[in-house]
Design a protein around this ligand. Structure first.
Ligand code: SAM
Length: 271
């Protein structure tokens, strides 16, 4: 929290009272940040601490961030609090309205955030090399059906891993094009289980990002808390000899510089 915050803001309005950035690859936030206008009710949103850590690590004031699957706006709220410009998109107009409402607060540092309805697979209206950071959080296939099947372009309608991954690759391609060289793209993604076996969704998604040209900077394990279904699944898991999945992957990719020599990061390129 900046000591220069104007007196018409309380700490809760402008940011966390205590803040210590993460410095390892395991992140755990038992208490979801509840400052400013963050909305704990949007199912499947990420904790504000995820957005704050990534934005602070990879951007400076005045930079521009893209979140093409913005949900209830966690990335954009944090962007505003940290004086970064941002563009948010979501296929669901209800999510866009929620984000717009969440951005209706005053902040003493100037910045601009915009949010609109759009398909993350089509970034054709955005310029090449124009964003300093991408931070986003796709559906985990159809674990949560965000639009309840009502919006055909909603990726959370897709229950097939190959189909989901090929749509994700379209998104990855667009993100690679619009990100500036040597800048970062962070994706939070989890796994699932089918027929009592683990479905490695996150690693499949990672491969698609590598395939379009990104290199892997980090694989951060984010511990999951407050999962709605934990108690319901607990006894079934014991009976059927599997463990409940309680972590997600926060992959941080980097777009290489033009002509960059990449042989030293070959393990980060899926080779
Ligand atoms: C996991 S949620 C994002 C939550 C967000 N990080 C937050 O904290 O509120 C995934 C979002 O992706 C959106 N979505 C699904 N398919 C999409 C598509 N094709 N283009 C853009 N957004 C899409 C859903 O509507 C949903 O809001």
């Amino acid at each position: 929290m900046s000591a220069t915050a104007k007196s018409n803001c309380t700490y809760k309005e402008v940011g966390p009272l205590f803040w210590e950035p993460e410095y390892t690859t395991v992140w755990s936030f038992p208490e979801r940040g509840n400052w400013a206008t963050h909305n704990p009710k949007y199912r499947g949103n990420f904790a504000p601490q995820v957005a704050r850590n990534i934005i602070e690590m990879y951007t400076d004031r005045g930079d521009i961030i893209l979140d093409p699957m913005v949900g209830a706006g966690t990335t954009l709220i944090e962007a505003k609090l940290l004086a970064r410009n941002a563009l948010g998109m979501d296929i669901n107009p209800e999510a866009v309205e929620l984000t717009k409402a969440a951005l209706r607060f005053r902040h003493h540092l100037p910045s601009h955030q915009e949010v609109k309805v759009g398909d993350a697979r089509d970034l054709s209206l955005l310029d090449d090399n124009s964003f300093d950071l991408v931070l986003t959080h796709p559906p985990y296939m159809n674990i949560i059906k965000y639009s309840g099947g009502k919006i055909p372009e909603d990726l959370s309608n897709i229950g097939s891993l190959p189909k989901f991954c090929s749509e994700i690759e379209k998104i990855a391609k667009g993100l690679f094009r619009v990100l500036k060289p040597d800048k970062y793209c962070a994706i939070l993604i989890g796994d699932t289980r089918k027929a009592k076996h683990f479905v490695p969704l996150a690693f499949n998604v990672m491969q698609r990002f590598l395939r379009v040209g990104f290199v892997l900077k980090e694989d951060i394990i984010k511990v999951q808390h407050h999962c709605k279904s934990t108690e319901r699944w607990r006894w079934k898991a014991k009976r059927d000899k599997f463990y409940l999945i309680m972590h997600e992957h926060l992959f941080v990719f980097r777009k290489p510089k033009l002509g960059e020599e990449l042989s030293r990061v070959k393990w980060s390129r899926g080779s």
